[in-house]
Design a protein around this ligand. Structure first.
Ligand code: PLP
Length: 393
């Protein structure tokens, strides 16, 4: 059967591919440590589970408005006022089936064929595919360790054409864990304003920042920037709610209205019970979020130490999210492998540790390690990777 061209060129998610290989080895009885996960290992906090059960008991199991239940939209508006000092009206919010679907719907809403979206690399794997599905063209700007994987205003300026529609800013970033400062965002924002380029600000890791630095949304910098920014966020990472599938977009009323129309013909609405769970997540104590963050902070410190002690492995210390993104080119060469992808496969086969090769993120010299797993597992994984590297010298 001939499939549509739009799906023929889709590349399967590299994160999911390595997870599938690791699961196959596990099913054969091997003791596999998976560092590929893009989700917190914690359970959804108990009071959120209770709120979902209560929602079911109350009969909140029917359709809701396409853009989400009004109470949740209000809670999101309140969250952005309180945490980010940003004022939105509820008609500037759409609740979606995860942040992923907020992005998908946004690109479908914004892009005409051939319009370009600037994607700083390394990037989250779904951005390019979603842009292509909307018949847009992803334009990659390569960044590396020299600028802490951050895009410079000059690089941005040089990439803008008369077809440029938008740029994606993902801070803190998956996969690098890097965080843009307010000044850096202001400088990038100034270029966008000058060239009439919209900003898609993916803030899904906003709550997971370690050390003294603060998250700044680019929309906070000025009203002018707020007006050209669509903010994307959700509860998946902050509240350990990946399976509930609740995300959202905030911004220009006309864009949000069009996204809501589109949602009314695709998802109808995000799962009703999950919306009530997300409402509880935002309107109750954030103590559990803090606890999870502290656990991640400790893991980052330890894993960073263990990983950077391995010969030929170099790493910028992340400021947020739950990933390390070390450059392993030297180790890969010293071990006699042609590519990081082959090296990662060999580590999985020999030492049963699953890493994600950087190629899927547009950065072929790096690997991504997720520390959304226990300290014991992380220590054992680092020991095994070190053993592999030493053995193949
Ligand atoms: N944006 C980034 C950068 C992510 O890493 C992810 C999840 O991995 C998402 C968006 C999507 O999150 P959600 O689970 O809410 O769809």
């Amino acid at each position: 059967m001939e499939l549509a061209k739009r799906v023929q060129t889709l590349t399967p998610s590299s994160t999911l591919a390595i997870t599938a290989m690791a699961n196959a080895l596990k099913a054969e009885g091997h003791d596999v440590i998976g560092l590929g996960a893009g989700e917190p290992d914690f359970n959804t906090p108990a009071h959120i589970l209770e709120a979902a059960k209560e929602a079911m008991d109350k009969g909140y199991t029917k359709y809701t408005p396409s853009g989400g239940v009004p109470a949740l939209k209000e809670a999101i508006v309140h969250k952005y006022k309180q945490d980010n000092d940003l004022t939105y009206e509820t008609n500037q919010v759409i609740v979606t089936t995860g942040a992923k679907h907020a992005l998908y719907t946004l690109f479908q809403t914004l892009l005409d064929p051939g319009e370009e979206v600037i994607v700083p690399a390394p990037y989250w794997v779904s951005y390019p595919e979603q842009i292509k599905l909307a018949e847009g063209t992803p334009v990659f700007i390569t960044t590396n360790e020299e600028t802490n994987f951050k895009l410079t205003p000059d690089q941005l300026e040089a990439s803008i054409t008369d077809r440029t529609k938008a740029i994606i800013i993902n801070s803190p970033s998956n996969p690098t864990g890097m965080l843009y400062s307010k000044e850096e965002l202001a400088a990038i924002g100034a270029v966008c304003l000058r060239h009439n380029v919209m900003i898609v600000s993916d803030e899904i890791y906003e709550q997971l920042i370690y050390g003294d630095e603060q998250h700044t949304s680019i929309a906070q910098i000025s009203n002018e920037l707020k007006n050209i920014t669509i903010v994307i966020n959700g509860v998946s990472k902050s509240h350990a709610m990946t399976g509930w599938r609740i995300g959202y977009a905030l911004g220009n009323e006309k864009v949000i209205k069009a996204m809501t129309n589109l949602a009314s013909h695709s998802t109808s609405n995000p799962t009703t019970i999950s919306q009530y769970a997300a409402l509880a997540a935002y309107t109750s104590s954030q103590e559990k979020v803090e606890e999870m963050k502290e656990a991640f902070a400790e893991r980052l410190e330890r894993l960073y130490e263990w990983i950077t002690a391995i010969p030929g492995v170099y790493c910028e210390k992340p400021k947020g999210a739950f990933y390390l993104f070390p450059n392993v080119r030297e180790a890969v060469q010293a071990n006699g492998f042609d590519s990081v992808d082959d090296w990662v496969k060999a580590i999985l086969e020999e030492e049963k540790v699953a890493l994600v090769p950087g190629s899927g993120f547009g950065s072929p010299d790096n690997v991504r390690l997720s520390y959304a797993t226990s300290l014991d597992q992380l220590e054992e994984a680092a020991t095994r990777i070190n053993r592999f590297v030493q053995k193949h010298q």
